[in-house]
Design a binder for this molecule. Sequence first.
Ligand code: TXA
Ligand code: MG
Length: 324
Amino acid sequence: MIQTEIGTDLKKAKLLLDASEIISIPTETVYGLAANGKNPIAIAKIYAAKKRPLSNPLILHYKDASSAFQDVTTIPKEAEILAEKFWPGPLTMLLPKSKNIPDAVTSGKSRVAIRVPRHELCLSLLNALDYPIAAPSANLYGRISPTSSAHVHEQLNERIPYILDGGICEKGIESTIIGFKNNHVLIYRLGSISIEAIEACIRKKVHINNKIEDKKAPQASGMVKHHYAPNTAMFSIVQKHKEKDLSNCGFIGFDTLHPDFPVENQFLLSKNGNIDTAAKELYRSFHVMDANKFKSIYIEFMPESGIGSAINDRIKRAIQKYTP
Ligand code: TXA
Ligand code: MG
């Protein structure tokens, strides 16, 4: 395969997608690995490039709510209310799929994941196409999600022809995934839209669907343990006492430097304590700290509310790999 090109050429992006190729696209959450969502041949290329198991379905991205809802058979009242409030934006809804959706997108499941992204370049592309874009995060399976075109290039160079560069992702954490069952709203993956915001919008308590994690075939890979880990061993800062020499260890903190680590080994997610900035910086901190080849990386949890809960969820999954 040829070297992967990075650019901002929408026409080129459209031509490639129209020709059943896969490219990387920016969204407000993380970069996606995009294909024509109605074309099983193009969709198969996503799985091959990511080395992703075929049992793990893809999110479809639409230009607006009405085109998204055309591809599902049932629309609960809450789904309409949430779409009105949060689309375009980082909310993904699982709804019963219509026959228009190829089984390749949903891995044969009866529901399809749909969302309308909030990113100008991505929406311009969607508006130029007459199909939705199927896109998982543009990382190799099990690796860290990319929040810049450089991250995508690092993992997928020579595997895809083009990366549409839309700058650094504004949110930095994947979309929140919800579904509807027996009049309940269930969260399948914590993400950029907080549980609190969803509850306030529908004036109803939502439930976390955490039973799924115990099953052999999880319904969302975001629910798979170890999913977001860097290659360097990562531990919670409360385990620091296990390390005799911290001079070759890294620290990822929220807003305050840690007195026990060399200053140059530290990455603060937000020096002024802004939780949205911390979310935006989280995966970049994993990339940067990984490149330092420390013996281990220690990380502290964020305040547990709003998007802080989604950040902590990703941190837990990252450290679980090394502390089973
Ligand atoms: O923010 C995001 O959601 C990003 C951007 C690119 O949109 N996408 C993303 O996709 O994170 P991915 O594939 O990395 O994670 C989507 C998760 C997967 O864990 C998948 O298993 C789950 O959504 N999912 C997709 N379709 C599903 C379905 N029909 N039923 C159950 N889970 C589904
Ligand atoms: Mg992913």
